[in-house]
Write a protein that binds this ligand. Structure first.
Ligand code: GRF
Length: 192
């Protein structure tokens, strides 16, 4: 049974899909939801599923490595960023090599990097008149959106698709793929 910790800053629709997915699986379990926003909707979703939550601040997350103690306490095997807007500190990337995954709402390396999140991404895709977009699930390293790509899925776009429509198409791809890809990663989990 691998233990999964989810990091999220906002709504948490992906976090909820992941929580629900693993409720039906014995291969993994969401043991903690971490957020940098004390009133993020993701926290209510976790609490509805009796999953412990933790609010982090910049000091606790960046200044000290005490956060590692918390992850050890929960015996975290895999860290899943599901709409987490902070850069992961180097000490965490080092402590969890190829064990931190992120989902990005575009086909990296296009439309990635600092500040490219949420509607910013969909607006950029729209303005670029892309005929397709998609999602990227990748390992996390010290740079935003630059770790090794694990999985990508695409969807077609029409000239009528506004940023909101792109966001909806992306959400369908995210919910339809992220939980399953995480399950694959957990099943093939290699202890370093
Ligand atoms: C998703 O679009 C994801 O790709 C991005 O942040 C968004 C999170 O949405 N990293 P939600 O909070 O899971 O609904």
């Amino acid at each position: 049974m691998k233990k999964i910790v989810i990091f999220a800053s906002g709504t948490g629709s992906n976090a909820l899909k992941i929580i629900e997915h693993f409720k039906k699986k014995s291969v993994g379990k969401v043991v903690l939801v971490v957020s940098n926003k004390k009133n993020a909707a993701v926290l209510d979703k976790a609490q509805q599923h009796n999953i412990p939550t933790l609010i982090i601040n910049r000091t606790s997350f960046y200044k000290s490595e005490s956060f590692l103690e918390v992850l050890k306490e929960y015996e975290a095997d895999l860290l899943v960023l599901a709409g987490f807007l902070w850069l992961v500190p180097a000490y965490l990337v080092k402590a969890y090599p190829q064990k931190i995954v992120n989902i990005h709402p575009a086909l990296l390396p296009k439309f990635g990097g600092k500040g490219m999140y949420g509607m910013n991404v969909h607006r950029a895709v729209y303005e670029a008149k892309e005929t397709q977009t998609g999602i990227t699930i990748h390992y996390v390293n010290e740079q935003y959106d630059e770790g090794a790509i694990i999985f990508q899925a695409t969807c077609a776009l029409t000239p009528e698709d506004l940023p909101e429509d792109i966001s909806s198409k992306i959400r369908v791809l995210e919910h339809g793929n992220f939980p399953r890809i995480i399950e694959e990663i957990v099943k093939n989990y290699k202890l370093e």
